[in-house]
Design a protein around this ligand. Structure first.
Ligand code: ATP
Ligand code: MG
Length: 183
Protein backbone atom coordinates (compact mmCIF):
# COMPACT_ATOMS: atom_id res chain seq x y z
CA UNK A 1 0.00 0.00 0.00
CA UNK A 2 1.26 3.43 -0.85
CA UNK A 3 -0.27 6.82 -0.13
CA UNK A 4 -1.00 8.42 -3.48
CA UNK A 5 -3.20 11.44 -2.81
CA UNK A 6 -4.58 13.53 0.01
CA UNK A 7 -7.60 15.74 -0.68
CA UNK A 8 -8.65 18.36 1.86
CA UNK A 9 -11.91 20.28 1.83
CA UNK A 10 -12.75 22.78 4.55
CA UNK A 11 -10.04 21.23 6.74
CA UNK A 12 -8.32 23.91 8.84
CA UNK A 13 -6.74 26.48 6.49
CA UNK A 14 -7.58 24.41 3.36
CA UNK A 15 -11.02 25.88 2.73
CA UNK A 16 -11.24 25.11 -1.01
CA UNK A 17 -10.73 21.52 -2.18
CA UNK A 18 -6.98 20.96 -2.38
CA UNK A 19 -5.19 17.90 -3.76
CA UNK A 20 -1.75 16.89 -2.54
CA UNK A 21 -0.29 14.30 -4.91
CA UNK A 22 2.00 12.02 -2.95
CA UNK A 23 4.23 10.80 -5.75
CA UNK A 24 7.33 8.66 -5.39
CA UNK A 25 10.30 10.83 -4.56
CA UNK A 26 8.32 13.37 -2.53
CA UNK A 27 10.66 14.22 0.31
CA UNK A 28 9.46 17.53 1.62
CA UNK A 29 6.85 20.25 1.67
CA UNK A 30 8.22 23.75 2.05
CA UNK A 31 6.48 27.06 2.55
CA UNK A 32 6.38 30.15 4.73
CA UNK A 33 5.31 30.00 8.38
CA UNK A 34 1.60 29.42 8.77
CA UNK A 35 0.98 28.26 5.19
CA UNK A 36 -0.41 24.89 6.32
CA UNK A 37 2.46 22.37 6.30
CA UNK A 38 1.63 20.95 9.73
CA UNK A 39 -2.08 20.99 8.82
CA UNK A 40 -1.28 18.55 5.99
CA UNK A 41 0.32 16.07 8.39
CA UNK A 42 -2.60 16.48 10.77
CA UNK A 43 -5.04 15.78 7.92
CA UNK A 44 -3.17 12.56 7.18
CA UNK A 45 -3.35 11.49 10.81
CA UNK A 46 -7.00 12.55 11.12
CA UNK A 47 -8.25 10.59 8.10
CA UNK A 48 -6.55 7.48 9.54
CA UNK A 49 -8.70 7.79 12.65
CA UNK A 50 -7.00 10.17 15.10
CA UNK A 51 -9.52 10.96 17.81
CA UNK A 52 -7.59 13.19 20.22
CA UNK A 53 -8.32 16.88 19.55
CA UNK A 54 -5.01 17.78 21.23
CA UNK A 55 -3.16 15.85 18.51
CA UNK A 56 -4.88 18.26 16.08
CA UNK A 57 -3.83 21.27 18.20
CA UNK A 58 -7.49 21.90 19.02
CA UNK A 59 -9.76 21.98 22.03
CA UNK A 60 -12.49 19.93 20.34
CA UNK A 61 -12.60 17.86 17.19
CA UNK A 62 -14.79 20.40 15.36
CA UNK A 63 -11.87 22.81 15.53
CA UNK A 64 -10.52 21.11 12.39
CA UNK A 65 -13.37 22.70 10.40
CA UNK A 66 -12.42 25.91 8.56
CA UNK A 67 -13.27 28.58 11.11
CA UNK A 68 -13.62 31.51 8.69
CA UNK A 69 -11.34 34.36 7.72
CA UNK A 70 -11.90 38.07 7.12
CA UNK A 71 -13.21 37.44 3.59
CA UNK A 72 -14.58 33.88 3.92
CA UNK A 73 -17.36 32.55 6.13
CA UNK A 74 -16.77 29.48 8.32
CA UNK A 75 -17.65 26.07 6.89
CA UNK A 76 -20.06 23.52 8.27
CA UNK A 77 -17.98 20.48 7.57
CA UNK A 78 -14.44 19.34 6.92
CA UNK A 79 -13.50 16.40 4.75
CA UNK A 80 -10.23 14.61 4.08
CA UNK A 81 -9.86 11.84 1.51
CA UNK A 82 -6.79 9.63 1.39
CA UNK A 83 -6.10 7.58 -1.74
CA UNK A 84 -3.99 4.46 -1.46
CA UNK A 85 -2.36 2.61 -4.32
CA UNK A 86 -3.05 -1.06 -3.69
CA UNK A 87 -1.96 -2.39 -7.08
CA UNK A 88 0.45 -4.77 -5.34
CA UNK A 89 -2.41 -6.05 -3.20
CA UNK A 90 -0.59 -5.48 0.06
CA UNK A 91 -3.63 -4.32 2.03
CA UNK A 92 -4.71 -6.58 4.90
CA UNK A 93 -7.23 -9.35 4.28
CA UNK A 94 -10.70 -7.98 3.73
CA UNK A 95 -9.47 -4.81 2.00
CA UNK A 96 -7.79 -6.41 -1.00
CA UNK A 97 -10.46 -6.42 -3.71
CA UNK A 98 -9.38 -3.28 -5.53
CA UNK A 99 -6.27 -1.62 -7.01
CA UNK A 100 -7.08 1.64 -5.27
CA UNK A 101 -8.55 2.40 -1.87
CA UNK A 102 -10.05 5.70 -0.85
CA UNK A 103 -10.73 6.48 2.78
CA UNK A 104 -12.85 9.51 3.51
CA UNK A 105 -13.56 11.12 6.84
CA UNK A 106 -16.01 13.96 7.17
CA UNK A 107 -16.91 15.89 10.29
CA UNK A 108 -20.08 17.97 10.34
CA UNK A 109 -20.82 20.53 13.05
CA UNK A 110 -23.08 19.08 15.77
CA UNK A 111 -23.17 15.72 13.96
CA UNK A 112 -19.66 14.27 14.30
CA UNK A 113 -17.44 12.13 12.11
CA UNK A 114 -18.38 9.65 9.40
CA UNK A 115 -15.97 7.41 7.51
CA UNK A 116 -16.26 5.87 4.06
CA UNK A 117 -14.12 3.29 2.32
CA UNK A 118 -14.46 3.39 -1.47
CA UNK A 119 -17.74 5.25 -1.00
CA UNK A 120 -19.26 2.78 1.45
CA UNK A 121 -19.88 3.86 5.02
CA UNK A 122 -17.58 2.12 7.53
CA UNK A 123 -16.73 2.49 11.22
CA UNK A 124 -13.67 4.31 12.60
CA UNK A 125 -12.55 0.89 13.81
CA UNK A 126 -12.53 -0.47 10.23
CA UNK A 127 -10.24 2.35 9.10
CA UNK A 128 -7.95 1.79 12.09
CA UNK A 129 -7.84 -1.95 11.23
CA UNK A 130 -6.79 -1.17 7.68
CA UNK A 131 -3.60 0.41 9.02
CA UNK A 132 -3.07 -1.80 12.05
CA UNK A 133 -0.64 -4.21 10.36
CA UNK A 134 1.04 -1.64 8.20
CA UNK A 135 3.13 0.00 10.97
CA UNK A 136 1.39 3.22 10.03
CA UNK A 137 -1.92 4.75 11.10
CA UNK A 138 -2.62 7.80 13.19
CA UNK A 139 -0.30 6.76 16.03
CA UNK A 140 2.56 5.63 13.84
CA UNK A 141 6.02 6.60 15.13
CA UNK A 142 6.74 7.49 11.50
CA UNK A 143 4.63 10.63 11.95
CA UNK A 144 6.70 13.04 14.00
CA UNK A 145 4.93 16.11 15.35
CA UNK A 146 6.54 19.53 15.09
CA UNK A 147 8.34 20.16 18.36
CA UNK A 148 8.60 16.46 19.17
CA UNK A 149 12.33 16.37 18.40
CA UNK A 150 13.13 19.27 20.73
CA UNK A 151 10.86 17.70 23.38
CA UNK A 152 13.00 14.57 23.08
CA UNK A 153 16.26 16.53 23.29
CA UNK A 154 15.09 18.45 26.34
CA UNK A 155 13.45 15.48 28.06
CA UNK A 156 14.79 14.11 31.34
CA UNK A 157 16.96 11.00 30.77
CA UNK A 158 14.26 8.74 32.26
CA UNK A 159 11.50 9.84 29.87
CA UNK A 160 13.90 9.82 26.94
CA UNK A 161 14.74 6.21 27.78
CA UNK A 162 11.01 5.38 27.75
CA UNK A 163 10.73 6.66 24.18
CA UNK A 164 13.67 4.50 23.12
CA UNK A 165 12.21 1.49 24.93
CA UNK A 166 8.88 1.98 23.20
CA UNK A 167 10.67 2.19 19.86
CA UNK A 168 12.48 -1.04 20.66
CA UNK A 169 9.16 -2.66 21.60
CA UNK A 170 10.14 -3.36 25.22
CA UNK A 171 7.79 -0.83 26.84
CA UNK A 172 5.60 -3.71 28.04
CA UNK A 173 8.53 -5.35 29.84
CA UNK A 174 9.22 -2.15 31.76
CA UNK A 175 5.58 -2.04 32.83
CA UNK A 176 5.66 -5.65 34.06
CA UNK A 177 8.90 -5.08 35.99
CA UNK A 178 7.37 -2.04 37.65
CA UNK A 179 4.36 -4.13 38.70
CA UNK A 180 6.65 -6.90 40.04
CA UNK A 181 8.62 -4.35 42.11
CA UNK A 182 5.41 -3.14 43.71
CA UNK A 183 4.53 -6.63 44.90
P1 ATP B 1 5.15 26.68 10.59
O1 ATP B 1 6.17 26.84 9.51
O2 ATP B 1 5.11 27.86 11.49
O3 ATP B 1 5.23 25.37 11.31
P2 ATP B 1 2.90 25.62 9.09
O4 ATP B 1 3.12 25.72 7.62
O5 ATP B 1 3.12 24.29 9.72
O6 ATP B 1 3.70 26.75 9.84
P3 ATP B 1 0.21 25.31 10.03
O7 ATP B 1 0.44 25.25 11.49
O8 ATP B 1 -0.04 24.03 9.31
O9 ATP B 1 1.41 26.11 9.34
O10 ATP B 1 -1.00 26.28 9.68
C1 ATP B 1 -1.38 27.28 10.53
C2 ATP B 1 -2.49 28.09 9.89
O11 ATP B 1 -3.68 27.32 9.82
C3 ATP B 1 -2.75 29.32 10.70
O12 ATP B 1 -2.81 30.41 9.81
C4 ATP B 1 -4.11 29.05 11.30
O13 ATP B 1 -4.88 30.21 11.43
C5 ATP B 1 -4.73 28.15 10.26
N1 ATP B 1 -5.81 27.33 10.84
C6 ATP B 1 -5.71 26.35 11.76
N2 ATP B 1 -6.93 25.86 12.06
C7 ATP B 1 -7.81 26.55 11.30
C8 ATP B 1 -9.22 26.53 11.17
N3 ATP B 1 -10.00 25.68 11.85
N4 ATP B 1 -9.80 27.40 10.30
C9 ATP B 1 -9.04 28.27 9.59
N5 ATP B 1 -7.71 28.33 9.67
C10 ATP B 1 -7.09 27.51 10.51
MG1 MG C 1 4.29 23.62 11.21
Amino acid sequence: MRFSKLRLTGFKSFVDPTDLLIQEGLTGVVGPNGCGKSNLLEALRWVMGENRPTAMRGGGMEDVIFAGASSRPARNFAEVALSLDNSERLAPAGFNDTDALEITRRITRDVGSAYRLNGKEVRARDVQMLFADAATGSHSPALVRQGQISELINAKPKSRRRVLEDAAGIGGLYQRRHEAELK
